[in-house]
Design a binder for this molecule. Structure first.
Ligand SMILES: Cc1cc2nc3c(=O)[nH]c(=O)nc-3n(C[C@H](O)[C@H](O)[C@H](O)COP(=O)(O)OP(=O)(O)OC[C@H]3O[C@@H](n4cnc5c(N)ncnc54)[C@H](O)[C@@H]3O)c2cc1C
Length: 471
């Protein structure tokens, strides 16, 4: 292996790349990690433009309701106003701190950090385009026994008249001026989250989605319930609606809708999907096989068609979530360099991945939707509870919570668990462990609730719904 500069060269310092580099270095492997954004990009999408800043803004948005609801609990006086500039700078400082933590973790594990744009120039070679201290362009060449591509994904924007005026989630965190009127286009989790966040922060939000209902892939009842709750909270959600054209005028962006209606907004945020970030990686020149959407094709060990080149995370378009990229990285390192002493080699398990949408209200889910469960099992028992959370008996909020359990009647196993309501992500994470352990409804029934909580509802639902046609 000494014939190469490194044993492993990782392209991309996001969730998957950082985890793989760090774990491999801890096995005594000579590792380099190239990150196009330099130290400031460490942590990738999740830390810089995804999970973390989004959740921080979701917390910020939550205060508006909390101030409003506090009156029901005897608090009096005016609610504080949002200082958008202050929120942005507080977020930026925290992200910068995290970038530094990642840099220290990598350096502390012995990983060589390379700052620049990496491109494959051979099965074992990487070309790195760098920026010199004086601002001029530089380049380096490195060789490695194994190359791992973890370059992530990027937003996809459709082509239409006025496309140049819209932003993606990448720009939404740092808008110069707070958008008093915001258009969000899309119906996936990122669109719903940003619609809820800006609605909570004080924007007048219109959300347009082409399809029949938001959150495709989630349980149908959860989708309808969430849409109704988002509307209740103030989002002007319009389904089967799309944009024809956008033009910039003195008073804002003039949006012409497909149904002929018009809107004037300060910003238009498109959350219309993400695609693998593969441009400029040199994949075609070196002969790395790709799927139709550009994704890098890999086998069960994350190996591409070139034996020395691997890929994982969003660039392979499997499960586009941070914990999946981390799990894939850990499997890869164990596979390539052996498991940690005394441990078994890890394998990424794609079954029962819990997931959350940090919309208002939150959605969280693990396992099958009702429609999927009915396809898989002859008889499905559906337990459902919809209620007003105790907090809202005094808060004045009309918000309601939905919880749903799907049980395979033959085995009594809980095969789907869904929640729409406050802290759904926090609650469902714990139940995901039970489901991974194969918990039956009888086990749920035998578990005492923590009283008074919303979560206890999951262990106190006794009567299944009457059999019904799929929603
Ligand atoms: C708005 C938003 C919200 C999200 N919220 C959540 C959430 O709540 N929970 C969750 O689990 N997931 C969430 N995700 C998804 C999550 O961020 C991704 O699944 C995860 O970051 C994927 O990790 P990765 O390592 O594959 O790629 P990334 O984290 O995208 O990292 C790729 C890195 O590679 C670098 N890079 C790319 N090309 C090159 C090159 N040629 N040379 C050098 N460096 C390069 C990039 O600069 C980047 O730093 C969210 C994503 C978005 C966009």
């Amino acid at each position: 292996m000494e014939q190469y500069d490194f044993d492993l060269l990782v392209i991309g310092g996001g969730s998957g790349g950082v985890r793989a580099a760090r774990m491999a270095a801890q096995r005594g492997v000579r590792v380099a990690l190239a990150e196009a954004q330099g130290i400031e990009g460490l942590g990738g999408t999740c830390v810089n433009l995804g999970c973390i800043p989004k959740k921080l803004y979701a917390y910020a948005a939550g205060y508006a309701d909390a101030f409003q609801e506090s009156h029901g609990y005897g608090w009096v006086g005016e609610a504080p106003q949002l200082d958008w500039g202050l929120l942005k700078s507080r977020r930026a400082a925290e992200i910068q701190r995290l970038n530094g933590v990642y840099a220290n973790l990598l350096r502390g594990s012995g990983v060589t950090l390379l700052e620049g744009w990496a491109r494959l120039s051979g099965p074992h070679e990487v070309h790195l385009a760098t920026l010199n201290a004086d601002g001029s362009a530089g380049q380096q060449h490195y060789s490695a026994a194994t190359i791992l591509i973890a370059s992530g994904g990027q937003p996809y924007l459709p082509h239409f008249q006025g496309r140049e005026h819209v932003i993606s989630s990448d720009q939404a965190f740092d808008l110069d001026h707070f958008p008093q009127r915001l258009l969000v286009v899309g119906g996936g989790y990122i669109a719903c989250e940003f619609a809820s966040i800006f609605n909570g922060l004080g924007s007048r939000v219109t959300q347009l989605y082409r399809g029949e209902q938001i959150l495709r892939g989630f349980d149908d009842e959860v989708r309808h319930f969430t849409a109704a709750e988002m509307r209740k909270s103030g989002v002007d959600l319009r389904l089967q609606a799309g944009v024809l054209a956008i033009a910039r005028e003195a008073d804002g962006l003039h949006v012409t809708l497909e149904d002929g209606n018009r809107l004037v907004v300060d910003a238009a945020l498109y959350a219309t999907g993400r695609v693998p970030k593969v441009d400029g990686l040199g994949l075609q020149a070196v002969g790395v096989a790709q799927g139709a959407d550009g994704r890098i094709l890999v086998d069960d060990e994350y190996r591409t068609n070139l034996p020395s080149v691997y890929a994982l995370g969003d660039v392979t378009s499997r499960v586009q979530l941070t914990p999946a990229a981390l799990g894939e990285a850990m499997q890869l390192v164990d596979h390539l360099y052996g498991a940690a002493t005394g441990k078994e080699a890890r394998r990424m398990d794609y079954e029962l991945i819990p997931t959350a949408v940090f919309s208002h209200p939150n959605v969280a889910t693990v396992g099958l939707t009702e429609a999927q469960a009915r396809e898989c099992y002859a008889e499905v028992r559906v337990f459902r509870s919809e209620f007003r959370a105790l907090r809202h008996t005094l808060s004045g909020s009309e918000e309601r919570t939905l919880m749903k359990l799907l049980v395979d009647a033959a085995s009594d196993r809980v095969v789907g668990l869904h929640m729409v309501g406050a802290e759904a992500g926090e609650i469902v994470q714990g139940f995901a462990v039970a489901m991974k352990a194969g918990a039956t409804k009888a086990v749920f029934d035998a578990t005492l609730g923590i009283h008074p909580t919303a979560a206890e509802e999951f262990v106190t639902m006794r009567e299944p719904m009457a059999p019904r046609a799929p929603a």
